[in-house]
Every structure is written in structure tokens, then in C-alpha cells.
Design a protein around this ligand. Structure first.
Ligand code: SF4
Length: 143
């Protein structure tokens, strides 16, 4: 029987913000505000880069002229695209209309990313794909 309170809405959250050591250095970026999202949302953790097939740790990468290129020169565009597509599918399948993604990542950044080592206005590959799919994307710094 229903208790009168509906199910929590789903939200996609960068795994590294939740304490998973999945970033390119093999460490996490835990955010207490991101962890508290579980109070009001059904949290769906995802790391697009590892879902896309990249190892941890891995070389840092940047978006460059429509591609994504790692510091060691490897073109990782396809892995980034796979991770973005999987994350969009996760949002679609779960009904998530919101995401909180790690700031300034070439996958997850939603306001700024690095280009030639400098911060510029722009989005990561997954943030851009989610937004294009109609998902509201914020960073942990927006919480
Ligand atoms: S791809 Fe996103 S979730 Fe994965 S480590 Fe980078 S910022 Fe965190």
C-alpha cells in the first residue's frame, strides 16, 4: 500500500563526487552536498570515462577541435562518446531529468573546461549530451 509519498525522483551524479576513486589520477572528489542529494533523490552514480572503457588512472585529456585528446597524444574521442551515450541512456531509462556533474571535467564539466591548459567557457562531452537530451545539468559548485 502506498504511504502517500511518491518515489524519490532520479538524478544522475558523477561517481567521483560520491567518493569513487575513478578520476584520471585514481582519486575521488567527494562533495558533501552531492552526497546529501540522496536525501531527496534516487542517486544514479556514473563515471562516463570509465563506462566508456578508459582505465583508472589514465592520462588527462582535453576537448580539441571536435575531438578529445589525452596528454599522451592518444585520441580518446570514441571512449568519451560511448560514456556520454551510456549516461544519456541511464538518464532516459531511469527517468532522471537532472544531473549533478563534476566541475571542469572534459566529460562532466558543465560551465568551464580546460583547453590548452587554460580554463575556458564550455562543456564536457557528457554534460553537453545530457543537456541536448533535455536533462538539467549542474555542477557540485551549483548546489
Ligand atoms: S568522468 Fe566525470 S565522474 Fe568520471 S572521474 Fe571524471 S569527472 Fe568524475
Amino acid at each position: 500500500m502506498s504511504n502517500g509519498t511518491g518515489p524519490k525522483p532520479a538524478i544522475v551524479v558523477s561517481s567521483c563526487l560520491l567518493g569513487v576513486r575513478c578520476n584520471h589520477r585514481g582519486s575521488a572528489s567527494p562533495s558533501s552536498k552531492a552526497l546529501r542529494l540522496a536525501d531527496t533523490f534516487r542517486v544514479l552514480p556514473v563515471c562516463p570515462e570509465t563506462v566508456g572503457g578508459l582505465p583508472t588512472p589514465r592520462a588527462a585529456a582535453e576537448r580539441r577541435e571536435g575531438r578529445v585528446v589525452a596528454d599522451d597524444g592518444t585520441d580518446v574521442t570514441d571512449a568519451y562518446a560511448r560514456g556520454a551515450a551510456a549516461t544519456v541512456e541511464l538518464a532516459r531509462a531511469s527517468g532522471a531529468r537532472e544531473a549533478v556533474l563534476k566541475a571542469r571535467s572534459p566529460s562532466c564539466g558543465c560551465h568551464q573546461i580546460y583547453a590548452a591548459g587554460r580554463l575556458v567557457d564550455g562543456e564536457g562531452v557528457t554534460a553537453e549530451a545530457l543537456r541536448a537530451a533535455g536533462v538539467r545539468v549542474r555542477s557540485e559548485e551549483d548546489l
